[in-house]
Design a protein. Sequence first.
Length: 213
Amino acid sequence: MKEFITLKEVQETIMVSNPGGRSITIETQKSGYNEVQTLTSAIFPDKIFGEYIGLAKLKDNSIHPAYMLNTSRQKLILKGFIGFSNGPEILNEICSKLLFQNEFIVIRSAVESDFIIDSFNDNYEKLSKLGFRCIELDRKEKDFWVASNILFPDVRECFIKYVNTDLGLICTQFSRDYDNKESKVIGKAIRPVVILKSKVEVKENFEYKWIKP
């Protein structure tokens, strides 16, 4: 992997090798679910397809290409206030523990700001010209969590976001609806985002919609 690349050299797609042999255990006190969940590297294929979604600027002002990978085969169950409030931390930890490798500078879960889902959005054309990419959602893929939530700790309530791939929309799930024993289990896939170590050289006056590091 080259240390420095031009914007023209940024690849539209990448294939990420699954390092394999890794696992992570999600305890009930973090997920809110009444069973321990163990996820291994096998929840992703040996080669994971990634699509370019834009550039990320780090604290040192270095600029790097960001890619969204395909969703996991296995679902993560989050339940109630506990699971929804811990959701972003859990999702990011899963991505890091199972897939981090030397060519990445950051790996995390997808977040809401990574997407332009609605092509009728007033800002869509403008953002597209700035280079912000709209991920083409495959309706065959599972719905997946995004590491974005709204927390109300004083009243023990929380909203968490997920992408409904069939509708092509970011939806919100409310913890109050899933905090009791009779509520149904909510399981959704995981979708990682990787930021590569390669630094992209751009002009000083470069205008862009930045991807969250």
